[in-house]
Design a protein around this ligand. Structure first.
Ligand SMILES: Cc1ncc(COP(=O)(O)O)c(C=O)c1O
Length: 360
């Protein structure tokens, strides 16, 4: 069977074992004679899948009964709107945002349409090559939450750990590093992620919310579907059942990898190998500041654009796919999420060594 090493930023690779199980169960899910896609979301088979996915997410992150898990539609981008709509709109409340990349900027744009926003940090003038250290950003007094993007997919930067918000609940867009490492969940009011990078296929946004944070959400005079309270503990409308089914399989696979501590070790080994080759001399140049480097999206430039084009062409011929950088950074971006095996990164770095020897 042919499987390429897919370095795409998302949708991205899924573990082969997960796809094989999905394939085996596609036509006849557990003796029902139907695919799970064809079964009612109110039936026992899907309810079991949904509950197991929730339970596995809770186990992996160490979430207690004080947290709720929701599977919503509209991607992470809908969360950019739902968060301020529920927590600051129609009031004089304020929220703090850290502007560390394209996705933070979009989240801030939506929030400003709906309420009071304090931007406590921005690296936009430096083309987002870094995230702030503690002490480098401000938090507005009485902020309902501090919103940050834990991993900046386009710019290849990542917070090494949670920003210190002085006790203000964190709301995190974790779309591109969700389930890649353990988190200190006590600091979060909410974590959300589009599943399509580390956790499953496109079509579902995973939303984790602490119950006491949810209590602060507005409930009156709001659209029903956009209220978090509508979705807690119940399926208000048809969830993206097949996406949740795959998320459940991916969560099972992560548990088999030793949970989040196990997967973190593997992710560190892959990123270490790649950055080691980049740092060997100045043929390859990492675009992010070293202290802000992402373990998920590794961005780098070559000496000129012609070489970058040739690099992408030659890697594609070797079935190393999806390496062209985002247009706002240029160069190369290797996305090495959970499902990328060490051998995939090794194949890429072997190529990089050869390419440098030929063209350096
Ligand atoms: C960090 C981050 N946030 C949000 C999004 C947008 O997610 P969606 O396409 O699910 O709306 C992306 C997509 O790449 C992302 O990388």
């Amino acid at each position: 069977m042919f499987r390429s090493h897919n370095f795409s930023a998302g949708p991205s690779m899924l573990p082969t074992a997960v796809l094989e199980q999905a394939q085996a169960e596609l036509l006849d899910y557990k003796g029902t004679g139907s695919s799970i896609m064809e079964l009612s979301h109110r039936g026992s088979e899907y309810i079991e899948v949904d509950a197991q996915a929730t339970e596995r997410i809770k186990t992996l992150l160490g979430l207690g009964d004080d947290f709720e898990v929701m599977f919503l539609q509209g991607g992470a981008s809908t969360q950019f709107m739902m968060v301020p709509y529920n927590f600051i709109a129609g009031s004089n409340r304020v929220a703090t945002y850290l502007n560390t990349g394209e996705w933070s900027r979009k989240a801030i744009k939506e929030a400003k349409l709906l309420g009071n926003v304090h931007v406590g940090f921005s690296s936009e003038e430096q083309n987002f090559i870094r995230v702030p250290k503690n002490g480098e950003f401000t938090v507005a007094d009485d902020s309902v939450y501090l919103h940050y993007t834990s991993n900046n997919t386009i710019f290849g930067t990542q917070f090494a750990s949670e920003p210190n918000s002085n006790g203000v609940p964190l709301v995190c867009d974790a779309s591109s590093d969700f389930m890649s490492r353990p988190l200190d969940v006590s600091k979060y009011g909410m974590i959300y992620a589009g599943a399509q990078k580390n956790a499953g296929p496109a079509g579902v946004a995973i939303v984790i919310m602490r119950k006491d944070f949810l209590e602060k959400a507005r409930a009156e005079g709001m659209s029903t579907i956009l209220k978090y309270k509508t979705h807690v503990g119940t399926m208000f409308n048809t969830p993206p059942t097949y996406s949740v089914y795959i998320v459940n399989l991916v969560m099972g696979w992560i548990l088999e990898q030793g949970g989040l501590a196990g997967i973190q070790k593997k992710n560190e080994a892959k990123a270490g190998l790649l950055y080691g080759i980049i740092d060997r001399d100045d043929f390859y140049r990492g675009t992010a500041e070293v202290e802000s480097r992402s373990l998920m999206n590794v961005t780098f430039r070559l000496p000129n654009e012609d070489l970058e084009k040739r690099f992408v062409k030659e890697t594609e011929a070797l079935n190393l796919d999806g390496l062209k950088g985002h247009r706002s950074v240029g160069g190369i971006r290797a996305s090495i999420y959970n499902a990328m095996p060490y051998e995939g990164v090794k194949a890429l770095t072997d190529f990089m060594v050869e390419f440098r020897a030929k063209n350096g």
